[in-house]
Design a protein around this ligand. Structure first.
Ligand code: GRF
Length: 216
């Protein structure tokens, strides 16, 4: 681990439970959350950040004529904090190629499915409808392809016969809050790299599932 904690900027749109997990683990010293930016003024995560004494910003996408001008403003604000990593934690905006290229190899996202399965929204409902026995969560690098960037770390959870989307989401969230701080700390320690749209962990190229852990 480097001496100074790696500065990260977290982007949110809502509750911010993953942001909370990231802030809770930041005292381990690998990274520090230098700012939280939301596209929604009422995102509860902003209150979580303020409570922790972390600077917050709201950039409302509705104030911009198009995706690119919003993204350019976002880039400018993120850059003003000079982070080494941008962490998407429930940020409900599709990012332009310009944004992704600006921070190439320096954006992580968390997605509630075992990617490449179940990209997009409503993953828990779709997993139940399909009768899957296993579900989970993935941390991945962000590329221009939505939910399509190379996977760093996954945690699996069982799907029980009496599960609802709510009980399944709770089980998955527990794993989200466990693996996201872990993956960010790996990046901070220089152990993770995106190379040619694949992930290298400690210099070794990972497969499509990244590192897969049995969650619960
Ligand atoms: C999580 O399910 C995460 O996987 C997805 O958006 C949700 C954010 O939840 N990308 P929270 O705001 O962190 O509670």
């Amino acid at each position: 681990m480097s001496q100074t904690p790696c500065p990260i900027v977290v982007l949110i749109s809502g509750n911010g439970s993953n942001l909370q997990a990231l802030m809770d683990h930041s005292d381990e010293g690998a990274y520090s959350v230098c700012a939280v930016i939301s596209n929604k003024a009422d995102a509860f995560g902003l209150q979580r950040a303020s409570k922790a004494g972390i600077p917050t910003r709201v950039i409302d996408h509705r104030d911009y004529a198009d995706r690119l001008s919003f993204d350019q403003r976002l880039i400018e604000e993120i850059d003003s904090f000079s982070p080494k990593l941008v962490v998407l934690a429930g940020f409900m905006r599709i990012l332009s190629p310009e944004f992704v290229q600006h921070f190439a190899g320096k954006i992580l996202n968390i997605h509630p499915s075992l990617l490449p399965a179940y990209r997009g929204t409503h993953t828990h409902e779709r997993v139940l409808e399909a009768g899957e026995k296993e579900h989970g969560v993935s941390v991945h690098f962000v590329t221009e392809e939505l939910d399509g960037g190379p996977v760093v770390l996954q945690a699996t959870v069982p799907v029980n016969s009496d599960d609802t989307a709510i009980t399944l989401a709770e089980r998955v969230f527990k794993q989200e809050h466990r693996i996201y701080p872990k993956a960010v700390a790996w990046f901070a320690a220089g152990r993770l790299r995106m190379n040619e749209k694949a992930v290298e962990f400690d210099g070794k190229r990972l497969g499509v599932s990244g590192i897969r852990e049995i969650g619960a």
